[in-house]
Design a protein around this ligand. Structure first.
Ligand SMILES: Nc1ncnc2c1ncn2[C@@H]1O[C@H](COP(=O)(O)OP(=O)(O)OP(=O)(O)O)[C@@H](O)[C@H]1O
Ligand SMILES: [Mg+2]
Length: 341
């Protein structure tokens, strides 16, 4: 089954062709980062308008790259939520219009299920059951995964998501959007031990997270340094390292707890923050000590992309699921509401 996947939940237009027999045939992405950078974050209306401009050229591009014709496509998968409603509507309308014109089924995919299944596109995919840490711009969740659609939420952020904390902290320190890669880049040159920041909510039981206090702690430290006349590049790197280490160690402590609680030793990390090298190394060390493994996607498939949507949609289509012609998108959509395969 050849599936065209469309992703438009936020500020990336992602398109891909996934074949159930041959695997991923092509994928193309247009990132709107430069468009939103001047505003320090995503402007929803600008995002929607840009998706309209990029969608059809990207579909033509992946067809060309895969050497396929439109008539070869068996079904279309698109992101139906959660995300920015206007942006989601662009992908949903496009998918439903093409599906109607080509007389093929369409299916709306849950964006976080897409992220969660992205490591399945790699050479050594995880096998069920596993614990998943979803760390993206909008979500920080620990989920027990027993199969596609069999999700049990174990814990989540009570305030900022991990990616959001990276982005907001970077903005407060005068860094460019998106802040995650900027902080990671500065942290590489940071002096270990110069600053030590708190590991929020690790001193009490449970699997929930809170990153908003850490963001304020980081801002206060940076402002104190600046007030003392030290706003040097090295100090910026040292603060970035302390912040990143606090996030990484907090996530690692909670992942270890989740593995112990569930009795599992397989961990999947997904979403934009799973591209962070320090986080990967820390989780690799932690799971190795438990004689387990950690799985993640290539960096391009950690952030938003069409490949993960094509893959997730394909699994559900193969199981016989698809939708009518109505265009339905959801800004908020708990993943536990998804039907099991
Ligand atoms: N190397 C990195 N280190 C830390 N954070 C990173 C890194 N690379 C990307 N990020 C962060 O990942 C986030 C983007 O990830 P993603 O595209 O998965 O989120 P989103 O789609 O905006 O949110 P959601 O998937 O929850 O709707 C941003 O917050 C960005 O700063
Ligand atoms: Mg995302």
């Amino acid at each position: 089954m050849l599936v065209l996947g469309l992703e438009t939940s936020c500020d990336e237009t992602g398109v891909a062709l996934y074949d159930s027999e041959r695997g991923l045939l092509a994928d193309a992405l247009f990132s709107q980062i430069d468009l939103h950078r001047a505003y320090g974050g995503v402007v929803p209306e600008l995002a929607s308008r840009d998706h309209v401009k990029r969608m059809l050229p990207l579909i033509r591009e992946v067809l060309g790259e895969a050497g396929c014709a439109a008539t070869d496509i068996d079904a279309i998968a698109y992101t139906a939520g959660p995300g920015l409603v206007g942006a989601l509507l662009v992908g949903a309308s496009c998918a439903q219009a093409l599906a109607f014109a080509w007389d093929i089924p369409a299916i709306g995919v849950h964006h976080m299920e897409g992220h969660l299944l992205a490591p399945m596109l790699e050479a050594t995919p995880p096998t069920f059951p596993f614990v998943a840490l979803l760390v993206s711009g909008g979500h920080t969740q620990l989920v027990r995964v027993d199969g596609i659609g069999q999700y049990q939420l174990l814990g989540e952020s009570l305030d900022d998501a991990a990616g959001e904390a990276f982005d907001k902290t970077a903005k407060l320190m005068g860094l460019r959007y998106p802040g995650g890669p900027e902080i990671a880049r500065l942290a590489e040159r940071g002096t270990p031990g110069r600053f030590v920041f708190p590991r929020p909510m690790t001193d009490r039981p449970g699997l929930d997270f809170s990153f908003s206090g850490l963001k304020t702690f980081t801002l206060n430290t940076w402002q104190q340094c600046c007030a003392n006349g030290d706003d040097s590049e090295q100090t910026r790197c040292d603060v970035a390292l302390a912040f990143q280490q606090a996030v990484v160690e907090t996530l690692t402590i909670k992942c270890r707890r989740a593995l112990k609680q569930t009795g599992l030793n397989s961990l999947v990390i997904a979403g934009g923050v799973s591209a962070n090298r320090a986080l990967r190394t820390s989780l690799e060390d932690m799971t190795a000590a438990l004689k387990g493994n950690v799985f993640y996607a290539r960096p391009a498939f950690c952030t938003d992309n069409g490949a993960m949507i094509a893959y997730a949609g394909c699994q559900r289509l193969l199981a016989g699921q698809h939708e009518g012609l109505a265009i339905n998108v959801q800004a908020r959509w708990p993943m536990e509401q998804l039907p099991a395969l």
